[in-house]
Design a protein around this ligand. Structure first.
Ligand code: AGP
Length: 607
């Protein structure tokens, strides 16, 4: 996902742009660039590679006060200097930065080439820059408006022009863009982290909206020039929340934040006396929700694993048929959505393209839609009929950790909220909520044994193939543990329902192969013990996650990582913690870039 930052005001723009791009690095990128208006001249500096490469190239005599900056995650065209943003028009007076994909860029490129335009890059963004340049007759906002009418696809753009030195024109459709309101200055960014050091007052640009930004004003309109009025919102996050705070990596910080982030997530939502859950975001549609005949949870990646835990919880506590769908599959498979279908999109960023598209598909077919999202004001949060925010704070590390436990906790709250309105007794709810309330402290206990997880990572981090097994509520935990290891240590790992082993994967097991088995106390404990025996009989090395006090498993497993006991539906919140730590330490031991793993981005806002 590309990063966008813009500044217009009276202070030097360059340091603000570079600092903002640095705060966006976690999103993953492969090139970066800035455009500033320096004494009426547009100066563009850009390069493939990290921000540090760009910084070596910067050379500005004066201190320009208008500028835009971009970190690019390549979609159209390789990550090269030429393909980096900003992209310029033929005159060199207009510069554009862009997050998203112009779907009709080939047709537009052909049309412009026939008009004599000579393209320098392979990017769809240059097509947009050239188009704006063709329409420019002294009014940048108008030229951008005209160009966007010819464009189809998703975009968040910022445009500057040497003839209009104190102006940034911005527009969005499908990719996030927010405007930071300052005193005698204004900023623009693809996410709050980039501008939080300068303002907490923001306006979220909506789809099909544009903004004309100067140091004194922010004028918003639709693409058809109809004025738009928006509320100024306060960003809840503090700067310290988006900084490392002494940890070596954001991922480790966020693993350790989980007791606090879950306390924040649960705060004000649990009433133990009444055995009730308070979710203000669902208040206006509770009746429709309790009438739902079928629930579909749709998501991607880790969010899909949380959704799978949700499926088990919903069917156990609400007794409503519930399915979990990969958003990328759901959006294209012509799904059956009938009256009484509730579709819940689960997403940390609230910007994942496939999840957004699945949501649009569900809405178009008449489903009631909810969002379970972390980023306030994100697209999914605004596209759904209602929803529940995670409130776990910004998640910077690409590998999702506290968002996963936040998603599972919110789904647990929703299961109790809806179950209570169907057949769950107050006593049953109180028991469930009491156990949920204890989870943060129980995670604190687990984190005190981090060294044991690190020792497992150290023992097996050279092994290139791991298996993760679990049953029932621990099956999604096995999937999540495998994904964590894969995405940050680049070790191949596969998560499976433990009983599936005998249907093929058991052939993989050879001497010393690490097999992580999530074997906490529960209804399928005896079954999982026999799975462990099957693994050992083939020479596999079993690393078990087990419930404190379980002495039997110590006889069988090479390593046991203990977690406190809790109700089965809540066990994923605990069992996942050792797996997050194993993945983190394996990645560090293998010298991987933990917070910015290769090929990955924090939020996949394109297909
Ligand atoms: C998980 O560690 C990854 N970051 C990835 O699988 C992520 O969960 C997925 O891309 C969904 O992102 P979202 O929650 O922001 O929609």
């Amino acid at each position: 996902m590309c990063g966008i930052i813009g500044y217009v005001g009276s202070r030097p723009a360059l340091p603000i742009l570079i600092e903002g791009l640095r705060r966006l690095e976690y999103r993953g990128y492969d090139s970066a660039g800035v455009a500033l208006i320096d004494h009426g001249q547009l100066k563009v500096t850009k390069s493939a590679g990290r921000l540090s490469v760009l910084e070596q190239m910067l050379d500005f005599e004066a201190d320009p006060t208008t500028g835009i900056g971009h970190t690019r995650w390549a979609t159209h065209g390789a990550p090269t200097d030429v393909n980096a943003h900003p992209q310029q028009d033929a005159s060199g007076n207009i510069a554009v930065i862009h997050n998203g994909i112009i779907e009709n860029d080939r047709a537009l490129r052909t049309y412009l080439e026939r008009q004599g335009v000579v393209f320098r890059s392979e990017t769809d963004t240059e097509v947009l820059a050239q188009l704006i340049g063709r329409f420019y007759e002294g009014n940048l906002e108008q030229a951008v408006r005209q160009a966007l009418h010819d464009v189809s696809g998703a975009y968040a753009i910022a445009v500057v022009c040497s003839q209009e030195p104190n102006v940034i024109v911005a527009a969005r459709k499908g990719s996030p863009l927010l405007i930071g309101i300052g005193k005698g200055e204004n900023l623009l960014a693809s996410d709050a982290a980039a501008i939080l050091a300068h303002t907490t007052q923001v306006v979220y640009l909506g789809d099909g909206e544009m903004a004309h930004i100067t140091p004194q004003h922010v004028r918003m309109t639709t693409l058809d020039a109809i004025p738009v009025t928006k509320n100024v919102e306060e960003i809840e996050w503090s700067l310290s929340e988006i900084e490392l705070a002494g940890y070596e990596h954001f991922m480790l910080k966020e693993i350790h934040e989980q007791p606090a982030s879950l306390e924040t997530c649960l705060r004000g939502r649990i009433d133990l006396r009444e055995g009730a859950v308070h979710l203000g975001g669902l208040r206006d549609c509770t009746r429709e929700l309790t009438r739902a005949k079928r629930i579909i949870l749709t998501a991607c990646g880790t969010a899909w694993h949380a959704a799978l835990v949700g499926k088990y919880m919903f069917e156990e506590l609400i007794r409503t048929p519930t399915e979990t769908e990969y958003a990328s599959e759901f959006r294209y498979r012509n799904p059956v959505i009938d009256d009484g279908t509730l579709v819940i999109a689960v997403s940390q960023s609230g910007e994942t393209a496939d999840t957004l598209a699945a949501l649009a598909e569900a809405k178009q077919r008449g489903a009631l839609t909810l969002g379970v999202v972390n980023v306030v004001g994100s697209s999914i949060a605004r596209e759904t009929d209602a929803g529940v925010y995670l409130h776990v704070g910004p998640e910077i590390g690409v590998a999702s950790t506290k968002a996963f436990t936040g998603q599972v906790a919110v789904l647990a709250l929703m299961a109790c909220y809806l179950g209570r309105r169907k057949h769950l007794s107050p006593a049953a709810c109180t028991q469930f909520l009491t156990a949920l309330n204890q989870i943060p402290d129980q995670i604190r206990q687990i984190l005190q044994h981090e060294e044991e997880a690190r020792a497992v990572a150290e023992r097996y981090c050279e092994k290139e193939n791991w298996l993760y097994l679990g049953r029932g509520y621990n099956y999604p935990v096995a999937l999540e543990g495998a994904l964590k290891l894969k995405e940050i240590s680049y070790i191949h790992a596969e998560g499976l329902p433990a009983a599936e082993m005998k249907h093929g994967p058991i052939a993989l097991i050879n001497e010393g192969m690490p097999v992580v088995v999530v074997a906490t106390a529960g209804t399928q404990y005896e079954k999982i013990i026999s799975n462990i025996q099957q693994v050992k009989a083939r020479g596999g090395s079993v690393i078990a996650v087990a419930t404190e006090g379980d002495r039997e498993i110590k006889r069988l497993a090479e390593h046991v990582l203990y977690v406190p006991d809790t109700l089965e539906p809540l066990q994923p919140l605990l069992a996942v913690i050792p797996l997050q730590l194993i993945a983190y330490h394996a990645a560090v031991l293998r010298g991987c870039n933990v917070d910015k793993p290769r090929n990955l981005a924090k939020s996949v806002t394109v297909e």
